[in-house]
Ligand binder design. Structure first.
Ligand SMILES: Cc1ncc(COP(=O)(O)O)c(C=O)c1O
Length: 421
């Protein structure tokens, strides 16, 4: 105790590769060394040196209510007193699955897993098992976790580190993965098992789907008998009550969820039509399992979060995000800094670019240079934490109120002016 950020990072680097348990946290893209969090509450995190930040990372979207929300803390504490894991089914798993199915029309069955990576990997396995085909189409700049077959041209940390994919992935593992440009409907062959997409791309900054893109994917899939998979690990229960499928009016065959439904604990899910999901063991031949799947602490947290997310919550979140977007744009205008702040409901992105970004190429061009890194550092110095990578989205929570927004705007005014050379 009493350690500084730097001292902890030095110790961490001795015992953990790069000092972190997920690469983007190492600050390589923005310079300097990471702050180590001591605690968090509502819109704030405090580092081990006692410095407070208005936090727009919110665990990359896992905390939509803000940190340590009393309903979540109470639900998790109560669940812990009843035992932390059983390896047998619980009522809370049933209630959570029912709640997901109620919110997301068409998603009749879900299976709970531990991470978004597992959800995407398992959804692809289901699609392959259901169709009897191998090929998977994904989009450049979309991130679906770190399963071998899905890392190619991934956004998020893969993009931050400038990697085309990952070493250690055998050619065979990606032989059936086809990468297509986002926002263009690809031609599909009859060997395609599924098209996997982030319906609102949120791992290359934020790139909304172009008019007709998602409907075009639906049509293309239907024309060859492929399944459409929406990876809603970020958008699910965030862009609205029913996520991006409700928002866009396009219904996929399979969904991946994570982040919000775990309430800050390790929980994710994949789901779809009953007839598709029933290919899973024990009803069908597609194997998938997990010791901690449906964990009682995580399901309690997820249910507590969903309990707070009625329609009014989404109006508040969207209004907060809209105010943040317009404030940042106005400050950038005054400073003469070209900035794009795309927004879909409560989700925001930041691109230092003259024109709206529509695909990964545009996102990479906007991320080139040091503007994001300089903006990030200037904001951090002023007590506002954005993600330490230009490809991440901005996550205002329900706990971000007028004071935090005012603090953010004042900091942004100075930070953006400092970018003018
Ligand atoms: C859209 C999307 N899918 C999948 C994942 C992987 O989730 P996890 O980090 O929980 O494995 C992420 C993580 O950021 C994500 O944003």
């Amino acid at each position: 105790m009493g350690s500084t950020n730097r001292a902890l990072f030095e110790r961490a680097c001795r015992v953990t590769p790069g000092g972190v348990n997920s690469p983007v946290r190492a600050f390589q893209a923005v310079g300097g060394s990471p702050y180590f969090v001591a605690r968090a509450e509502g819109p704030f995190v405090w580092d081990v040196e006692g410095r407070r930040y208005v936090d727009y990372v919110q665990s990359y979207g896992a905390s939509i209510l803000g940190h340590a929300h009393p309903a979540v803390v109470e639900a998790v504490s109560a669940a812990a007193r009843r035992g932390t894991t059983y390896g047998a089914p619980t009522e809370a798993e049933v209630v959570l699955a029912e709640e997901i199915a109620r919110r997301v029309p068409g998603c009749e069955q879900v299976r709970l897993v531990g991470t978004g990576t597992e959800a995407a990997m398992s959804a692809v396995r289901v699609a392959r098992g259901y169709t009897g085909r191998d090929r998977v189409v994904k989009f450049a700049g979309c991130y679906h976790g770190h399963a071998d077959a899905l890392l190619a041209s991934g956004g998020s940390g893969v993009a931050t580190l400038g990697l085309p994919g990952s070493a250690g992935v055998p050619a065979g593992a990606v032989a059936d993965t086809v990468v297509s440009p986002f926002n263009r409907v690809p031609e599909l062959g009859s060997d395609v098992a599924c098209v996997l997409v982030e319906p609102v791309a949120a791992n290359m900054g934020l790139v909304p789907p172009a008019e007709g893109f998602l409907a075009g994917l639906r049509e293309a899939c239907d024309s060859v008998g492929a399944l459409l998979v929406f990876d809603e690990v970020i958008t699910g229960f965030r862009v609205g009550r029913g996520g991006a499928s409700e928002w866009s009016g396009v219904c996929p065959d399979l969904w991946c969820f994570g982040k919000v439904i775990g309430g800050g604990l390790p929980l994710a899910a994949f789901g779809g039509r009953r007839e598709v999901m029933e290919v899973l063991a024990p009803t069908g031949p597609v194997y998938q399992a997990g010791t901690l799947s449906g964990n009682p602490l995580a399901t309690a947290a997820g249910l507590a979060v969903l309990g707070e997310l009625g329609p009014e919550a989404y109006s508040i979140l969207s209004a907060t995000a809209a105010e943040l977007a317009s404030g940042l744009l106005a400050a950038a205008g005054r400073a003469g800094v070209p900035l794009q702040v795309p927004r879909v409901g409560p989700l925001l992105g930041l691109f230092f670019a003259d024109e709206p970004v529509v695909d990964y190429e545009g996102a990479r061009a906007a991320a080139a240079g040091d503007r994001y890194a300089r903006f990030f550092r200037a904001m951090l110095e002023r007590g506002v934490a954005f993600a330490p990578g230009a490809y991440e989205a901005v996550f205002p929570s329900l706990a971000h109120g007028p004071e935090e927004l005012a603090h953010t705007m004042a900091a942004a005014e100075e930070a953006l002016s400092s970018l003018v050379d």
